[in-house]
Design a protein around this ligand. Structure first.
Ligand code: PHE
Length: 363
């Protein structure tokens, strides 16, 4: 290729500039850029010929070509910005959504029973003055067991089928929390009484069958104050269960039980009967267990720096999934976590029907 004259370069610039200005979209512009300035582009190839020119020629053609290249680069960048702004404007215009339009009835996507039940529980306890607290899924031995008055090597630790992590450098093992009770400890260490919290969350135990999955959900409750007693515990839980199962009268009993972190401890059973093969909850001659509870053990209070002679309280814990199964007549727990849309279509809840005490928890 012989050295281009200044005149030729000027004509070329006019031509290329027009092409850039006419590019219809960003892809077309990119093609032009490659054609002009890419490795084998028209302008790049011309720049390569500089080496073969005489010094006199190069002194004139060099600055002219380099100037051309710089102006083209700027021009392309400016055009690129124009085109992308225009593309965005066009997209915003055509993809405009009217959020006030009614939703399509055939649209699927529903609220999972676990979320629904958590929202129902939150409504009921919020109405009684509880607030929500949370804690980590990965816990240490102290919060999950020791501070909750599980002695080292006590068989109660084995009841929990704990998932342990491998030992770290210090020889201790983290674990997946086996219950939401460690959040009692975290909350009492970080807050002063009076305390009134519920703790919904994930819990983990190495167990799997029709009514157990390795990951499940619990809601914990904790009340700490100066004159809290067993009567408060009973009143609170009976009111909760009535509201949750949406029944006016309730057969229930508190049966003595054992938890290391409560004394006395109990399990609450509610009455039910079977009518035409269907379980009716609330009243009846048969009883089923629905939750564990008790007065917070003095050792637990001491472990978090509270004086048991001044403060007392109660705690309770229940399985959210299990309560969802009971309330909504679901007999297998495993599909809760299969993410099968057919199951969700059947058991899910409408997204815009938020449970409220005034409007009804479930409809
Ligand atoms: N953490 C207990 C469990 O998972 C339940 C419970 C909580 C019992 C609070 C009493 C008080 O079995």
């Amino acid at each position: 290729m012989s050295a281009p004259t200044e005149q030729e370069i000027e004509t070329l610039e006019g031509d290329l500039t027009r092409q850039i200005e006419r590019a219809a979209d960003e892809a077309g512009l990119e093609d032009l850029r490659v054609k002009m300035l890419g490795k084998k582009g028209q302008v790049s190839l011309m720049l390569k010929t500089l080496g073969k020119m005489s010094p006199e020629e190069r002194q004139i053609v060099g600055p002219a070509l380099n100037g051309l290249k710089t102006r083209l680069v700027d021009l392309i960048a400016a055009r690129q910005k124009n085109l992308s702004d225009a593309a965005l404007d066009a997209a915003l215009e055509t993809e405009r959504v009217d959020v006030t339009l009614p939703t399509y009835p055939e649209q699927n996507g529903s609220i999972h029973p676990v979320s629904q039940v958590m929202a129902e529980m939150t409504q009921i306890f919020a109405d009684m003055g509880f607030s929500i607290a949370e804690g980590p899924d990965i816990e240490d031995d102290f919060h999950n067991f020791t501070a909750l008055n599980f002695p080292e090597g006590h068989p109660a630790r084995d009841m929990h089928d704990t998932f342990f992590f491998p030992e770290d450098e210090t020889g201790s093992r983290k674990l997946l929390r086996t219950h939401t009770s460690p959040v009692q400890i975290r909350h009492m260490m970080a807050n002063k009484p009076p305390i009134r919290i519920i703790v919904p969350g994930r819990t983990f135990r190495c167990d799997s069958d029709q009514t157990h999955t390795p990951m499940f959900h619990q809601v914990e409750g904790l009340v700490i104050d100066k004159e809290t007693h067993m009567g408060h515990l009973k009143g609170c839980l009976v009111e909760f269960v009535k509201a949750f199962f949406e029944v006016d009268s309730l057969d229930y009993r508190f049966r003595p039980h054992f938890f290391p972190f409560t004394e006395p401890s109990a399990e609450m059973d509610i009455g039910y009967e079977v009518v035409n093969g269907e379980q009716r909850l609330g009243t009846g001659a048969k009883y089923m267990e629905i939750l564990g509870c008790g007065m917070v053990h003095p050792n637990v209070l001491k472990n978090v720096g509270l004086d048991p002679d001044v403060y007392q309280g109660f705690a309770f814990g229940m399985g959210i999934d299990r309560l969802a199964m009971l309330k909504y007549g679901i007999n297998d727990l495993r599909p809760f976590f299969d993410a099968d849309v057919r199951w969700l279509d059947h058991y899910g809840f409408r997204p815009l029907d938020m449970p409220t005490l005034a409007g009804g928890l479930s409809r």
